[in-house]
Design a binder for this molecule. Structure first.
Ligand SMILES: [Fe+2]
Length: 445
């Protein structure tokens, strides 16, 4: 597919909506069996296969599985062999000592020519243990070539946050398009290929793409409970879009890469594994437009903790304590009276990785840029820089619209240990601490 064809395809895509719904879809009429998941002979000569994202026995509200009706069963593949992990790493992260310092990075440098999305994954750090299905990893990506190969992650689900360049994801369950401002959730084990949609903004000839990925090893992301907020608000279930079935009927060599317990394995299939003609279930990819987020905040004084901006939460075994939360700081009005309006000074048992999709963030005057990121680990003190503090402390508190930025946070219950490549990166900012050095003493007893 050419880029132009891909763009047209992306614009014409239709979706099935609703997070966690029992979706169903068939690319060929009659391909989806009715009344049975696994009939003696599946329609149209297809194979029936269940993809289980949860244990069979998990409570109904947490149970994730999809039934796939495909040209060949996934079992029909040759052995996988180890390939180089490149700049991708998996938990446990033990190569460096956990660092209590506040850390901030500039964007990744431009990728080498011919870097596809998978090769462009660059692990910043993480926590937990993939073999225990706990924890998470923070990856960034930069890519200038569409994937020819197909990728699947056995270690966890992937929350992809594009910052530059549109992506067209060819998944087992169909096509998803995502541009900066949208996020994609790929469930554990679902195979996909990433096509780049946009040409380089710098006038370069190669399509370029850049962004962030949260790899969640633990229980899958779900919508947060709303409690007293009520039945609506924050991210609404209906705004999550699942693909409709689309399949590749391709004979010939296709490389399939599997991330398994932190390492990459490869096998060359004799056909495309994206050969699912029909499917139904709730273990499905989604795309979600962050601009649809219903932002809720104060209409009196103070402001709620940033958990009020939670888009998705991945629960841990302790109620209310997330393995990882995905939080967005979206355009909104600030109206709090007698209130220091930017995010307050803070020390947190949770660990916070923040990234910026576009614009600026209201707690930092400079240095936190789109494509970059900051890491404020367990109990590390952070908050507004001096310039922001001075301005916000003296500001006349009229209603104010914040509409020039889209920032997000991966907030996790365990400290994030940086990989050596992140701890020693040229694009790690030196002197990040300085942004808080100018905060003067104002105490006058
Ligand atoms: Fe914080």
């Amino acid at each position: 597919m050419t880029t132009e064809q891909a763009r047209k395809t992306a614009e014409a895509l239709t979706y099935s909506t609703g997070f966690g719904n029992e979706h169903s879809s068939e690319a060929v009429p009659g391909a989806l069996p009715h009344g049975r998941n696994s009939p003696q002979r599946a329609p149209l000569g297809l194979y029936a296969e269940q993809l289980s994202g949860s244990a069979f026995t998990e409570p109904r509200a947490h149970n994730r599985r999809s039934w796939l009706y495909r040209i060949r069963p996934s079992a029909a593949h040759p052995p996988f062999t180890r390939i180089d992990d490149g700049t991708l790493r998996g938990a446990p992260f033990t190569e460096t000592v956990p660092d209590p310092n506040r850390l901030r990075w500039n964007p990744l440098p431009e990728p080498a020519p011919g870097t596809d999305w998978l090769a462009g994954l660059w692990t910043l750090g993480g926590n937990g243990d993939v073999t225990q299905r706990t924890g998470m990893a923070v990856h960034l990506y930069h890519a200038n070539a569409s994937m020819e190969r197909v990728f699947g992650d056995s270690d966890g689900e992937l929350l992809i946050v594009p910052e530059r360049g549109g992506l067209l994801l060819h998944t087992e369950l169909g096509l998803l398009a995502a541009h900066p401002g949208e996020v994609v959730l790929i469930p554990r084990g679902v195979r996909f290929r990433v096509e780049l949609l946009d040409a380089a903004s710098d006038g370069g000839q190669s399509p370029t793409a850049r962004g962030y990925v949260c790899e969640n090893y633990g229980a899958p992301f779900q919508l947060p409970d709303l409690g007293p907020i009520g039945a609506n608000g924050l991210a609404n279930a209906r705004d999550f879009r699942a693909p409709v079935a689309a399949y590749e009927d391709v004979e010939g060599p296709v490389e399939v890469v599997n991330k398994y317990c932190g390492h990459l394995w490869s096998a060359t299939y004799g056909h495309s594994p994206l050969d699912v003609v029909a499917w139904h279930g709730n273990h499905t990819p989604y795309v979600y437009d962050l601009r649809r987020f219903n932002v809720i905040g104060t209409i009196s004084y103070d402001h709620p903790d940033p958990s009020i901006f939670t888009v998705l939460t991945a629960p841990s075994d302790t109620p209310g304590l997330a393995g990882v939360d995905f939080v967005v700081f979206a355009p909104r009005w600030l109206v709090g009276e007698d209130t220091f309006r930017p995010p307050y000074f803070h020390r947190n048992v949770m660990s916070e990785y923040m990234g910026l999709i576009e614009g600026a963030y209201d707690a930092k005057a400079e240095g936190f840029v789109p494509g970059g990121g900051s890491l404020h680990n367990m109990m590390s003190a952070h908050g507004p820089d001096r310039e922001t503090f001075d301005k916000a402390s003296a500001a006349e508190l009229k209603p104010q619209r914040i509409d020039d930025g889209l920032a997000f946070m991966f907030e996790t219950r365990w400290p994030v240990t940086a990989t050596p490549q992140a701890a020693n990166a040229d694009h790690l900012q030196k002197g990040y601490d300085d942004v808080w050095q100018g905060l003067e003493r104002h105490f006058r007893p």
